[in-house]
Design a binder for this molecule. Structure first.
Ligand code: NAD
Length: 528
């Protein structure tokens, strides 16, 4: 590209162009380079800790210890993990072989995608911007970051800048924010067929079972809900519990609010503020029509809303119509776990589901009978800090995931690789025309056979290969011989589980519908 063309580009185009050019030099491919960049990022976070904390104190009134505890320590851990494991993550991953590929190399090779766009949100601005960036760097990509230098240029700005960025072509877009913008992101991505990760939000339910230690449960819920003034994507959005428990739940929550944030949270350094007046007004409007059991104090000029608990909330209440994303905690009563499951399943799939119970069977049942991005039993938020777990939504709460190796995989292309030798051509005869019944018999044997390479399986396979090699060497032409051998192999390797069924199929073909009666025969069991 000539200088004139580059100069005539918008700031956003230039950032993408610079990242693309840097990526195409191939330097981000080397593992040493990636590790150096990750270590630089780690150094940067450590050196700038004070400024980062000060910035968040101004934005969200986050306490000085709050930022390292809830944002940057996790990032440091993610970087260390990537640096330690990158060699293993980036290495070819052997996959299981079939009879068809027994002598080939079959593996998955993770490869960088190219230029990744990371769009962050404001509530944990470092975690949701630098977190995906760690995955992008580890996977060998270039990245353009849009929150707030050559291979990883940062474009600051708001909606206009983001929309300009979205017109550019990327190899992946990693967006964190609300679902409405998520749809805009996907629409823009569709123009270039760009894969996207959408880290969205939603209403994360919290079921408190009658069989549990309420004091501990409510302490953990109070911490998860009111942290960052409720502006946490995975904060418990509302509580479901039996009517007889409601008063005790309120009492315990109230006790913990006082323990954490004192009698007067306005003066407590650990209690934050709402990000801006728009969100303050939105939250105050959500209170309409609900009964306040605890809190409700507010001050618009300070963007302050105290920790607030709402009782006997109805499913059609205003506060239940959108993600709260603030310090309001509605309690809805249900008759028990069955109704809670029904309630959860009648709504969009949440980003997180919290279950408090001493009954392991109930926990497992609730997990089996519901769906959510992640699930935590007997705690809140903590799955975010477990790097070995994928973090992300499902359905309305998002798509794709990150953290640890999951971020690396998400921002890599997992390339399927099959490397064959130009030998053993006799094995391929069964797929070349002219097609015959006995070739089909062989094909059936080789294709349908799933080999378990356990020790016994390996011995059997070896024996099989010897028999097969003998056949190839002798190259018998007689169909009877081949069929007999094929049958013998079946008997040798399978349990001869024989099933037969008839299937009626109506297949529309252009204008005609072809009616077929298929006779399915499976003569091999799936195991050796
Ligand atoms: P936001 O207002 O900061 O928006 C997010 C990003 O989208 C910003 O970079 C912004 O510039 C951009 N944006 C906004 N409007 C746009 C438009 N019209 N076109 C293009 N880009 C636009 O953040 P938010 O959406 O208010 O964040 C809160 C939401 O994010 C909540 O729903 C929360 O649950 C969710 N969230 C999810 C996660 C997660 O990891 N899943 C983390 C944090 C927040």
């Amino acid at each position: 590209m000539n200088d004139f063309l580059f100069r005539s580009m918008s700031r956003e185009q230039k950032a993408v162009e610079r990242a693309r050019k840097a990526f195409l030099t191939g330097r981000s491919q080397s593992l040493e380079y990636r590790i150096t960049q990750l270590k630089n990022l780690l150094r940067f976070i450590r050196e700038r800790q004070k400024e980062i904390a000060e910035g968040l104190k101004k934005d969200l009134r986050r306490s000085e210890c709050g930022t390292p505890l809830y944002e940057t320590l996790g990032l440091e851990n993610e970087i260390n993990l990537a640096v330690r494991n990158l060699k293993e993550w980036a290495a070819p991953r052997p996959v299981s072989k079939s009879m068809m590929t027994i002598s080939d190399q079959v593996y998955i090779q993770p490869e960088p995608l190219g230029v990744v766009l990371v769009i962050g949100a404001w509530n944990y601005p470092w975690a949701v911007t630098i977190g995906p960036l760690i995955g992008a760097i580890a996977a060998g990509n270039a990245a353009v970051i849009k929150p707030s230098e050559e291979l990883y240029p940062v474009v600051t700005g708001g909606v206009t800048e983001t929309q300009e960025l979205l017109k550019q072509r990327f190899d992946h877009i990693f967006y964190t924010g609300n679902g409405t913008v998520g749809k805009i992101i996907m629409e823009a991505a569709a123009k270039h067929l760009t894969p996207t990760t959408l880290e969205l939000g939603g209403k994360s339910p919290c079921y408190i079972d009658s069989n549990c230690d309420l004091a501990i449960a409510c302490r953990r819920v109070a911490w998860g809900k009111f942290l960052n003034c409720g502006q946490t994507c995975i904060a418990p959005d509302y509580i479901l519990c039996e009517p007889s428990m409601q008063d005790r739940v309120i009492e315990e929550l109230k006790k913990n609010i006082k323990d954490f944030y004192t009698e007067d949270p306005t003066k407590c350094l650990d209690y934050g503020r709402i990000i801006n007046q728009r969100h303050f007004k939105r939250l105050m409007a959500l209170l309409e029509g609900s009964t306040i059991a605890v809190g409700g104090e507010n001050n618009e000029s300070d963007c302050y809303i105290g920790p607030t608990i709402l009782r006997d909330v109805k499913p059609d209440a205003k506060v239940m119509q959108e993600e709260i994303f603030g310090p309001l905690l509605p309690i809805l009563t249900v008759s028990g776990a069955d109704e809670a499951i029904k309630f959860i399943n009648q709504r969009e799939k949440p980003l997180a589901l919290y279950i408090f119970s001493s009954d392991d069977k109930l926990i497992k049942r609730m997990i089996a009978e519901t769906s959510s991005g992640g699930v935590v039993a007997n705690d809140c938020l903590m799955h975010f800090s477990v790097s070995s777990l994928p973090f992300g939504g499902v359905g309305n709460s998002g798509m794709g995931c990150y953290h640890g190796k999951h971020g690396f995989d998400n921002l890599s292309h997992l390339r399927g690789c099959l490397i064959k030798k130009l030998k053993m051509e006799n094995v391929n005869k069964m797929r070349y025309p002219p097609h015959t019944v006995d070739k089909l018999g062989w094909a059936r044997f080789f294709i349908l056979k799933h080999v378990d390479f356990g020790s016994l399986g390996r011995m059997m396979l070896l024996a099989l290969m010897v028999i097969f090699a003998a056949v190839i060497v002798q190259a018998p032409n007689s169909m009877e011989f081949n069929m007999a051998l094929s049958n013998a192999l079946c008997a040798f390797t399978a349990d001869m589980a024989y099933t037969e069924s008839k299937v009626n199929l109506n297949i529309p073909l252009w204008n005609e519908e072809v009616k077929l009666v298929l006779r399915l025969e499976t003569c091999f069991d799936e195991t050796v």
